[in-house]
Design a protein around this ligand. Structure first.
Ligand SMILES: [Fe+2]
Ligand SMILES: [Fe+2]
Length: 154
């Protein structure tokens, strides 16, 4: 299916970001598991499942646009073994994703590609949920203190 080069470039760019996000979460999942924080690990596992869905949706759309998805590239990953800092890093990635998808929705409208726009909007709604969840957890840490919060993650 004929797809505008701008739309293809955005799909590929978002694919790199989603692969980066899922790998960043995977590193934080490993830290949480090793430390025995079962509830935190379950939350991060859910995030990875969502980001993997995004990877799949973007890759499918690239194939429909007669483009082979490049799944070999990722951006530098920002990890922290301090769990509050890890949440802040993940929140920063999610906030950047929100800005990127919003810009890409605008670009799709300008390019007259409603099909890709819907895909970007669907993913954007998930990223906004992810932002909300991370902000809630950081607010809990602020209120309870990190030690009490981590005790509740066992
Ligand atoms: Fe995502
Ligand atoms: Fe996300």
């Amino acid at each position: 299916m004929k797809t505008s080069p701008k739309v293809i470039a955005a799909l590929q760019s978002r694919l790199v970001s989603e692969l980066t996000a899922r790998n960043q979460y995977a590193a934080h999942l490993a830290f949480a598991k090793v430390a025995g924080y079962t509830k935190l690990a379950a939350y991060i596992s859910e995030r990875i499942a969502d980001e993997d869905k995004h990877v799949g949706a973007l890759a499918n759309r690239l194939v429909l646009g007669e483009t082979v998805p490049d799944v070999t590239r990722i951006d530098p990953i920002k990890t922290a073994s301090d769990f509050a800092e890890a949440l802040r890093l993940d929140l920063a990635s999610e906030t950047q994703a929100r800005a990127d998808y919003n810009a890409d929705v605008g670009m799709c409208i300008a390019e007259g590609d409603a099909g890709t726009r819907v895909i970007f909007e669907t993913i954007l709604a998930d990223e906004e949920d992810h932002i909300e969840d991370a902000e809630q957890r950081l607010a809990q840490i602020e209120a309870m203190g990190i030690d009490n919060w981590l005790s509740a993650q066992l």
